[in-house]
Design a protein around this ligand. Structure first.
Ligand SMILES: [Zn+2]
Length: 252
């Protein structure tokens, strides 16, 4: 039997993963007649973490579907908000996403972050062990089978990254409850409790304190507070918007 040719069309949201020549319209793809559609899509460069519904000739199929000659395939992006069943929603960020990690923690979202490059296998293992959604801009990492779950971070700008992740996963926000340095939980503290960890000027000027239960770092309403307040206010405003209805099927 000769290799079947199928036609694959990607939703615009997925176009950035596709080499230039494949972006417009349905692209002819020659398959081997045994690989699953999920494998075919991945081999074209699209991480499966970003793929939602697959349709063949207008009918939804599982990723295990083996395409046959003449099939027309539509590849849709992952639905939003995205559900990640099986564990409380929590994240693991790679070494390049430090600012996003601190902002998620500021909002009270459980966010592990590796500040050194521990390598893709170790990251994938940690994602699996702790059931954390791996956030990365590294497609190779997102292709790894061991991942508990993963998501591509589309922007290089922290503001856009934060907006995108909050829109995609809609995590519960509990601002000012986590340590931005280590992800530990904060508890209220008196000035006396944290006095030995404060600069002299801080001790004199401020008196609203909290302390990280894990690393002991003190928190107070300090110099950068307005900027942090703005990040929190923006996130809460976006989160209170109603979820838009699911987009209608683009075409049959
Ligand atoms: Zn801490």
């Amino acid at each position: 039997m000769s290799a079947p040719e199928i036609h694959v069309e990607f939703a615009p949201e997925l176009a950035l993963f596709i080499p230039q020549g494949r972006r417009l319209g349905a692209t002819p793809v020659t398959t081997d007649g045994t690989s699953s559609l999920g494998h075919v899509v991945e081999s074209l460069g699209v991480p499966l973490t970003e793929v939602g519904t697959l349709r063949v000739n207008g009918r939804e199929v599982p990723r295990s579907y083996v395409p046959s000659a003449g099939d027309t395939v539509d590849v849709l992006p992952v639905a939003r908000p995205q559900q990640v069943p099986g564990a409380p929603l929590r994240f693991l960020l790679d070494v390049h996403l430090g600012t996003l990690a601190r902002r998620l923690r500021l909002l009270g979202v459980d966010t592990a972050y590796e500040s050194t490059d521990i390598g893709d296998p170790a990251l994938a293992t940690r994602s699996a062990t702790e059931k954390r959604v791996m956030l990365s801009r590294d497609r190779g990492l997102l292709h790894r089978r061991e991942l508990w779950a993963g998501a591509f971070v589309y922007s290089t700008r922290p503001e856009d990254q934060l907006r995108d992740i909050l829109d995609r996963f809609r995590p519960e926000l509990r601002p000012w409850t986590r340590c931005t340095a280590c992800n530990g939980l904060l508890r209220e503290a008196t000035k006396e409790q944290v006095a030995d960890r404060l600069e002299h000027g801080t001790e004199r000027s401020y008196d609203v304190f909290a302390q990280c239960e894990d690393c002991g770092r003190p928190y107070w309403k300090g110099a950068h507070h307005e900027q942090l307040e703005a990040i929190v206010a923006n996130a809460l405003a976006e989160a209170s918007r109603p979820t838009p209805p699911a987009a209608p099927p683009r075409r049959s």
